[in-house]
Design a protein around this ligand. Structure first.
Ligand SMILES: Nc1nc2c(ncn2[C@@H]2O[C@H](COP(=O)(O)OP(=O)(O)O)[C@@H](O)[C@H]2O)c(=O)[nH]1
Ligand SMILES: [Mg+2]
Length: 245
């Protein structure tokens, strides 16, 4: 039986994290655990997780774990910390992660996990850009820029992946032995997927519909300048992987 752990990186997600964990546990594979990596959120997200853990951790098959980071912050290092803890401290065979703003449906996690547990993939990617997937969260400008960066990535890195900036991933633990996350925000995803494709891991996409967050605030800006700044890092990530670095 493969043990699955979902890593949840949080910063100020107080009103989202409870419903997210409840929904994850309701449709969870077995055995399953959730590991939240919170960067000492001022809104007290970690307190909500702490009390949820007290409620849930009675049954040995389901588990909620909190890692509260005080001296470190940032999305990529939070996910990597969660991956390391999941594999080395909790013996996870499959690690998944996602945003915690409920923009990625928790009910889709088992579909990603199944692709791996059934031996169809080493890495499963939640994808907005294959049939059945969609992005109803972002406006025309963001979707257009996503189209451009993904087509650029497909051209240079290979067409197995259509959503290189997905951030909704499941992978076999073995994949992380030679692939640590790099970068500070969304570019880590392009970098990781580009490298696993190059290394010959089997990558499979599973469609999902990205919906708008209703509680809390996005940590990324949504004006043209923010998109261009982010876009530059994405382009650089594609180029770096293309060069085999
Ligand atoms: N631990 C941690 N999580 C973060 C940090 N920045 C963003 N997140 C989380 O990363 C996910 C994506 O962030 P979000 O604000 O939705 O960004 P957007 O989707 O790019 O608009 C959410 O779960 C955030 O709570 C951070 O510095 N540390
Ligand atoms: Mg978001």
């Amino acid at each position: 039986m493969m043990k699955t752990c979902t890593v949840l990186p949080t910063f100020n997600e107080r009103d989202n994290i409870g419903p997210l964990i409840t929904r994850l546990l309701a449709s969870a594979p077995d055995p399953y655990m959730v590991l939240v990596v919170d960067d000492d959120s001022p809104d007290g997200t970690w307190q909500v997780v702490g009390s949820l853990a007290d409620e849930v951790n009675i049954d040995g098959r389901l588990r909620v774990v909190l890692v509260r980071r005080i001296d470190e912050s940032g999305l990529t290092s939070a996910i990597q910390r969660g991956i390391d803890e999941a594999i080395h401290n909790y013996g996870a065979d499959i690690v998944t992660w996602m945003d915690c703003d409920l923009s990625m449906p928790p009910e889709d996690v088992p579909r990603l996990v199944d692709a791996i547990a059934e031996g169809r993939a080493d890495v499963a990617v939640g994808s907005r850009w294959i049939p059945g997937g969609a992005d109803v969260a972002h406006g025309f400008m963001a979707r257009s820029l996503s189209w451009i960066i993904n087509h650029y990535a497909m051209l240079l890195l290979g067409g197995e992946v259509h959503d290189y900036t997905s951030g909704f991933i499941a992978a076999r633990a073995e994949v992380f032995a030679d692939s640590r996350l790099r970068g500070d925000y969304g570019e880590y995803c392009i970098d990781l997927l580009g490298r696993v494709v190059r290394r010959g891991y089997r990558v499979r996409e599973v469609p999902y519909v990205c919906v708008p967050r209703t509680e809390g605030e996005s940590k990324t800006g949504a004006n043209l300048w923010d998109y261009l700044t982010k876009g530059r890092k994405y382009v650089a990530a594609v180029w770096r992987v293309r060069q085999g670095r």
